[in-house]
Design a binder for this molecule. Structure first.
Ligand SMILES: Nc1nc2c([nH]c(=O)n2[C@H]2C[C@H](O)[C@@H](COP(=O)(O)OP(=O)(O)OP(=O)(O)O)O2)c(=O)[nH]1
Ligand SMILES: [Mg+2]
Length: 131
């Protein structure tokens, strides 16, 4: 029995596109597209984790964010709690700091890409509410 992993996730939106990153093949859920983010550390707020992770992973400076949705999902090998925030207020040019592929993708095309299973409701809600 392991603990549920608390993850801060950012939907980074610029006009009708969102930023995706491809998870490296060796990682959990590797090879799939994700919304940038990562584990919230002990004693850290979700917002602080989001700011830290988006700087570390895609070199963006987040000015503000708003709660979007929360998802608990059980993978066969891992339990996650995704605390997902909408980020429309940021600066910088996105790049994959850790060598990962990044892409600005039209919201209308999102459902055509492969995401981790936990992301299905996220993609649905983005396509309903953010277009
Ligand atoms: N960032 C992100 N993680 C997701 C998404 N969907 C999803 O199931 N996850 C899962 C995959 C991982 O099990 C977990 C994220 O943890 P991670 O291991 O990538 O965290 P991290 O960036 O802090 O990485 P590390 O420092 O441990 O290398 O959440 C998503 O859209 N974005
Ligand atoms: Mg990460």
């Amino acid at each position: 029995m392991t603990k549920r992993v608390h993850v801060a996730v950012g939907i980074i939106k610029r006009s009708q596109q969102v930023l995706l990153a491809k998870r490296h093949g060796h990682l959990h859920q590797g090879g799939k597209w994700e919304f940038p983010g990562g584990k919230v550390e002990a004693g850290e707020s979700t917002t602080a984790a989001l700011i830290r992770e988006l700087k570390e992973e895609v070199d963006l400076n987040v000015s503000s964010s708003a709660p979007f949705m929360q998802i608990s999902h059980d993978y066969p090998d891992k339990q996650v709690f995704l605390d997902i925030h909408l980020v429309e207020d940021f600066s910088g040019d996105a790049r994959g700091v850790e060598g990962q592929e990044v892409a600005w993708v039209d919201i209308s095309e999102l459902h055509k890409l492969e995401f981790p299973d936990a992301n299905t409701p996220i993609v649905d809600k983005i396509q309903k509410e953010l277009i």
